[in-house]
Every structure is written in structure tokens, then in C-alpha cells.
Design a binder for this molecule. Structure first.
Ligand code: ACM
Length: 263
């Protein structure tokens, strides 16, 4: 199974042009899973909740209809970061769009980074894994700053994830010290779709660091992007290979856990 990550620089507030670019990628990339960055359709640094409210939408919105059609017609799973509206709450979410739309859902970012806490609500649905039977695939999702919490990836792995999609707008470069460990210690694939470029909207420059990566379940890099270019990176994965958590006759990274000693 081939998976791809699209790294690009969204234009703040320009859903139409971001969408046009993303639709072309979604149409042309011949992969079973295509992952776009966090808040890929809108850009990242909203000034306040009022501004965010003008851009937020829900997963059934017309804005996502072409992605739904591509997923359905071309048998692809598409993961897209977007600002999700539910009543008066806004979530920093990822839309998980499947060929069979009854599986469509959103993951809502659990750990809110920096000023996000003033405009977004925290995840109220928990971590979950979608088993997509047609691909025999278990897909988990976390978003960007969730990486700082090993519990996020561990929870997804314990819930059966074969791969974690991680749409991101990373502004540090230290994440790739941790990310391979999340893959290795959980024996899962991990795909980080980061954005590039800068946004100067709230009196400071946010610089996004690109360097998107797809990690194998042993922590090695299968494919990687440069710091600042628009690029698609891809890798072949074998989801079933992640499911046996034993690494010798006597040890298994899940059943060897001594949870009575953990906080
Ligand atoms: C981040 O969570 N966007 C750094």
C-alpha cells in the first residue's frame, strides 16, 4: 500500500486557491492514503475566534465535496487539516475522508499549542482508530503539538493503529528527535505532513519548518522532504507488519508493560 504526504505553503484565508492546489494533488497522486498538513485549507494563525468563525466549517461542508468525490471515485483515503465548526465551538481538526463515506470522521487536536487555546476548543472525542475493511487498515490520527505527548501515539497504538497520520504546522525542529521513537516504541508507521512558509499575522513571524517525513515501524525514515519546498513524499507500507508486537520469543512491547507502576 502506497501512502503520500503533501508538503506545501497554504495561503492564509484563501480557501479557494489552497483547495484548488490540494484537489490537483489529491487527483494526481496515485496512493491509497494522502495526508495534507494541519489547517491546510485556511492557514494557521487566526487573530481571534471571530476571525476563525468566518473560516470554520463542518465535515459535510460543500468545501470538502470534491475531496469526497475523489476518495470515492479513486479509492483513496484523504486526511486534511481544517478548522471544524460544531455549534459555537471550533476545533483544530483533521478530516478523515474515506472511499466509503460512512467511515468519514474528524479527529480533533487534543493538545492545543500556544495561542490556539484562545480560539479552539480541546478534543472532546478522545483518540480513536478507524479500521477501514477494504484496505484492512487501522488508521490513527494526531495533530502537530500532540507529538510532545508520548501518550498520544501510545494510546493510538494500543487502540490498534497500524499507522498514525500527523497533519502538522510545526514551528520547531526538535520534533524529529521524538517522532522516530514514537514509531519504534509502538511499532507503527508514522507520517508527518508539515507545512512550509511563514505567517506574520499577530505581531510575530511564525516560520513553519517543512521536513515532512514518513517513518517505518522501526523508526527509520522511509521518505523525507526538504525544509522549504513544495513536494510530495511517498512510501510503500505493509500495515499487517505492525501488528505482532513481539520482537523475540519472550518479549512483546505491549504485554511486557507494567502498567501498575506507571502514572
Ligand atoms: C503546532 O501544534 N501547530 C505547533
Amino acid at each position: 500500500m502506497k501512502i503520500s504526504v503533501v508538503q506545501f505553503c497554504p495561503i492564509f484565508g484563501d480557501i479557494e486557491s489552497n483547495k484548488k492546489k490540494m484537489i490537483q494533488y489529491a487527483q494526481n497522486i496515485d496512493s491509497s492514503i494522502i495526508i495534507f498538513p494541519e489547517l491546510a485549507l485556511t492557514g494557521y494563525d487566526f487573530k481571534n475566534k471571530e476571525e476563525l468563525s468566518q473560516y470554520a466549517f463542518d465535515i459535510n461542508s460543500e468545501i470538502l465535496s470534491e475531496f469526497r468525490d475523489i476518495a470515492n471515485n479513486s479509492d483513496k483515503i484523504i486526511v486534511i487539516g481544517f478548522p471544524e465548526k460544531e455549534g459555537n465551538n471550533y476545533f483544530n481538526s483533521a478530516a478523515l475522508i474515506f472511499p466509503d463515506e460512512k467511515f468519514n470522521t474528524t479527529y480533533r487536536k487534543t493538545h492545543l499549542f500556544y495561542r490556539e487555546r484562545f480560539i479552539f476548543a480541546e478534543n472532546n472525542k478522545g483518540f480513536f482508530v478507524v479500521h477501514y475493511p477494504d484496505f484492512d487498515l487501522n488508521l490513527g490520527t494526531m495533530i502537530c503539538y500532540d507529538w510532545r505527548f508520548p501518550e498520544a501515539a501510545r494510546t493510538l497504538a494500543l487502540k490498534g493503529a497500524d499507522i498514525i497520520a500527523c497533519p502538522s504546522n510545526l514551528v520547531t525542529t526538535v520534533w524529529d528527535i521524538s517522532m522516530p521513537s514514537r514509531a519504534l516504541e509502538n511499532k507503527i508507521y508514522l507520517a508527518v505532513a508539515n507545512r512550509t512558509g511563514t505567517e506574520n499575522r499577530n505581531g510575530e513571524n511564525l516560520i513553519f519548518n517543512g521536513s515532512s517525513k514518513i517513518y517505518s515501524y522501526n523508526g527509520t525514515i522511509l521518505s523525507q522532504a526538504n525544509y522549504d519546498n513544495e513536494i510530495v513524499i511517498s512510501a510503500d507500507i505493509e500495515p499487517k507488519q505492525t501488528r505482532n508486537k513481539s520482537f523475540n520469543e519472550f518479549n512483546n512491547i505491549f504485554t511486557d508493560r507494567r502498567i501498575q507502576f506507571y502514572l
